[in-house]
Design a binder for this molecule. Structure first.
Ligand code: BAL
Ligand code: ZN
Length: 841
């Protein structure tokens, strides 16, 4: 397969002034007629007229009304064209019903829908399918379906047809079409300048009761973007559609967002608090793309982080404002360490802006998204909140309607602040997580911190240079009071010292407050003191985490008993009623088993997944013992008696209550969990209780009851599939997953169900890495089966194997054998071939 390089970018030889599309819908033979006005692009030197097109049957093509015979390949067509503006017309036939890859136009549960990002539009018609080609679109849809939707504003409709016009020039990846028997959950919004916008959330009949929360989240997002970023919505209508079969979470098509049903449908009975929070964030994320992504888009796919990093950053600000900022920050860092640091540590490491790819779908990664958002956060920390707002305003003013690059983004910050951000830009071009080693000294009354940074080399960044690292820090006095409030230090060199004179006694530093940079901090801090006293909520949590991790590592390596200083500190925090229950629930959490494996590997040990599993289990037992006197009182005190609301306050209470229940179940064999299961009136309580009962005597009965209750709800059944694998004993995980793949409801072509079952296996550290290789073999079997049907989902799930070099020789051999088996599968997709190739490197 061909590798594409950022350095090879050239503009397209033509501009597109107008696109007119007509769809005659039929499940296996949809006709797409296009009428496109092209003009030579004065900024381009290469005037080759190449239109992307894949899996299309061309029926005819015309230029200025004259039939032409283009040269057609598997990737597209070329044709001789005039050197003046001209009109291209064509008709193609496509097969939505046969499209299982879920890219382009496809069928899902009897409806038509599209997914065009990144390169799906070329499966709809011949077109320059690249983000820097922007045009207005007018779309007519002919079909018997009662609901016919596309981007922009509705123009006209009649029985069996509808016409839409999107006045905002957009790249083809933002095109969308939906048709089907759908029910609208309506809403209204008036923008800050008085534009009345019609809102609709379209769902399949039967899902109407799951719309109210999503609609409210959309309105909250619209208000927030006006208030915080001054961004107003720009069409008369905003439609969201829920689709059962979808590769991603959701898609920000202009005026017609398409959502994986799991990312929008919610009701108290069927969705957990975590589901509600995720849905609110994804709705916000897709809505925020209207400005950061749609009005200003990417010049090429290497710039993906331009829209994704910024939009993730914006949605995390939104969630922080809607809920608890410390809880959101801690959750984001847990996620970053779990997914992005893992990428940076292995063969899939790549810069936030990659410089080459074979298949762009493989770069919708935690590095581009989540590290991309961290980079925005650092920029804001460095320049300050006001300067950040001014720079972003300049970005919107200067680049509205354009397809931009990271250079454009950095330039607005340089222009509006006068700062030189040349070195900062390395965050976009270098892979790898910097390690920051901190040493300290105290002489006279001067306290000095010395930072040494080092980024481990990786395949794409063999020789990393020093980064600009903003380190938020403060100093605490021995009595726990603040000796110095939070300051931001800017580290730019390999080694750098900062002195703080006037300290009457040696202070205790609190470094990297709020996790102000995505780095690994190497500092032998007084974590027990910081856990008790730090005024920064993130670092207080981080201290608990560090103590827990240190204790677990000592258990794994030397069989040591859990650390009493950690357990004592934890007990005090958990008992502290002045703290947010959600925060206390996070305090009880332990590092992921995969994170412990990563740390052992980084420190030169070979991780043993079984030993890690046992150490974590022993620590949970120790927590139950240390907290035993408060388990029942706290559980009782955090039962919510009011009607269910998925807000931060109630969900925090449920989180702490259920954290107590997890430990109670270790002691009472499941009596309280069974009582909670039997009386639960919402999914948060029901699912938590079910999870604790699995493995106890009552587990099978509870699973049976749950299945009988929810067998007709696809999204709830995804939970049922996933939970059984997650909660399986390590030796049983592969067998449990195998049994579930034989369940009559295991629809493996549905990405949600596939991920719920096999993704859960990949996430079960000790189960996936079972010594006999059963986890590896099962996942490989299913990836080989799924690849010809859905390459995108297959390729993403290959990343389960990315950590293979961490493990012992026997496991490495077993994994390598599976990687080779996948690689040698005839007809392997470009997506999966690229991923397996990179992982094996
Ligand atoms: N653009 C793909 C889905 C998302 O990031 O919103
Ligand atoms: Zn996005």
């Amino acid at each position: 397969p061909q590798t594409i390089y950022l350095k090879d970018y050239t503009p397209f030889g033509f501009t597109v002034e107008e696109v007119h599309l007509t769809f005659d819908l039929a499940p296996s033979a949809t006709r797409v007629t296009s009428r496109i006005k092209f003009a030579p692009n004065p900024d381009a030197t290469d005037k080759t007229f190449f239109l992307h097109g894949e899996e299309l049957t061309l029926r005819w093509a015309k230029i200025d009304g004259e039939t032409v015979e283009p040269t057609i390949t598997a990737e597209g067509l070329t044709c001789n064209v005039p050197n003046i503006p001209f009109v291209w017309e064509s008709e193609v036939q496509i097969d939505p019903a046969g499209n299982t890859a879920l890219e382009g136009l496809y069928r899902s549960s009897g409806m038509y829908c599209t997914q065009c990002e990144a390169e799906g539009f070329r499966k709809i018609t011949y077109y320059p399918d690249r983000p820097d080609v922007m045009s207005t679109f007018t779309v007519r849809i002919n079909g018997p379906e009662p609901v016919l939707l596309s981007n922009g504003n509705p123009v006209a409709s009649g029985k069996g047809w509808a016409e839409w016009h999107d006045p905002w020039p957009k790249p083809a990846y933002l095109f969308a079409l939906v048709a089907g028997e759908l029910i609208a959950h309506p809403g209204k919004f008036t923008t800050m300048n008085g534009r009345k916008v019609e809102l609709n959330l379209y769902v399949r009949p039967g899902d109407e009761h799951k719309c109210a929360f999503g609609m409210q989240a959309l309105k909250d997002s619209m208000v927030w973007d006006e208030k915080v970023y001054g961004r107003e919505y720009d069409l008369d209508i905003f439609n969201i559609v829920a689709v059962d079969d979808f590769n991603m979470g959701a898609m920000e098509n202009k005026g017609l967002n398409v959502f994986n049903s799991s990312a929008v449908l919610a009701s108290p009975e069927t969705s957990t608090d975590q589901n509600f929070e995720r849905i609110e964030a994804i709705i916000a994320h897709e809505y925020f793309h209207n400005w950061t992504g749609n009005r200003i888009t990417c010049r090429d796919w290497f710039q993906l982080c331009l829209k994704e990093g910024l939009t993730v950053y914006r949605d995390s600000q939104f969630t922080s404002d809607m809920r608890s900022a410390p809880v959101k920050r801690i959750s984001d860092v847990i996620d970053l360490r779990g997914r992005q640091f893992t990428e940076d540590q292995g063969p899939l490491a790549h810069p936030v802006r990659p410089e080459s790819f074979q298949e762009i779908n493989n770069f919708y990664t935690a590095t581009v998204y989540e590290k991309g958002a961290e980079v925005i956060g650092m920029l804001r920390t460095l320049v300050g909140a006001d300067a950040y707002s001014k720079a972003v305003d300049l970005y919107f003013d200067r680049h509205d309607g354009q397809a931009c690059t990271i250079e454009d983004w950095i330039q607005v910050f340089e222009d509006s602040t006068g700062r030189d951000l040349g070195q900062f830009k390395r965050w976009y071009s270098q892979a790898g997580t910097p390690h920051l080693k901190v040493t300290e000294s105290y002489e006279g009354d001067t306290y000095t911190l010395t930072f040494a940074q080092h980024t481990p080399p990786s395949a794409t960044t063999p020789d990393p240079k020093p980064q600009v690292i903003p380190v938020a820090m403060g100093l605490l006095a021995a009595d726990g009071s603040e000796a110095m409030g939070t300051q931001v230090l800017e580290i730019t060199k390999d080694t750098q010292s900062f002195s703080f004179p006037g300290q009457p006694a040696r202070p205790v530093p609190s470094i990297l407050r709020g996790f102000s940079a995505p780095v690994v901090l190497d500092h032998s801090a007084d974590h027990a003191f910081l856990l008790a006293h730090d005024t920064d909520p993130f670092n207080r949590w981080e201290s608990a985490r560090a103590l827990a991790k240190g204790s677990l590592m000592a258990t794994i390596r030397q069989g040591k008993a859990p650390d009493s200083a950690y357990l004592e500190g934890l007990t005090k925090v958990v008992a502290d009623d002045s703290l947010d229950p959600a925060y206390r629930a996070l305090m009880i959490g332990l590092p992921a088993q995969s994170e412990l494996a990563a740390s052992l590997h980084a420190e030169g040990d070979v991780p043993d997944p079984d030993a890690i599993h046992l150490a974590v289990d022993a620590m949970r037992e120790a927590q139950a013992e240390a907290l035993q006197d408060m388990l029942h009182p706290l559980y009782d005190a955090h039962q919510v008696t009011q009607d269910y609301v998925p807000d931060a306050a109630q969900s925090g209470k449920r989180a702490l209550g259920n954290a107590m229940l997890a430990l109670i179940t270790r002691r009472d064999g499941g009596a309280v969990a069974q009582a909670q299961y039997d009386t639960a009136t919402n999914m948060t309580q029901q699912l938590a209780a079910l999870g604790f009962l699995i493995g106890a005597e009552q587990g099978d009965a509870a699973l049976g009851a749950f299945e009988a209750q929810w067998k007709d709800d696809r999204l709830v059944m995804d939970k049922w599939f996933g939970l059984q694998v997650m909660k399986a004993k390590p030796d049983d995980a592969a067998d449990t997953a195998t049994a579930l793949t034989r369940h009559h409801d295991f629809n493996w072509k549905n990405p949600n169900r596939f991920r719920a079952t096999l993704g859960a296996l990949a996430m079960h550290h000790a189960g996936f890495h079972a010594k006999d290789g059963s986890g590896y073999a099962l996942l490989a079997d299913w990836l080989i089966k799924l690849d010809p049907v859905n390459p995108q989902t297959t390729a993403r799930m290959c990343s389960a194997f990315q950590t293979w070099r961490r493990y012992d020789a026997i496991r490495q051999t077993l994994i390598k054998a599976q990687l080779e088996r996948i690689a040698s599968t005839p007809g392997l997709s470009r997506d999966t071939a690229e991923m397996i190739g990179r992982i094996r490197e």
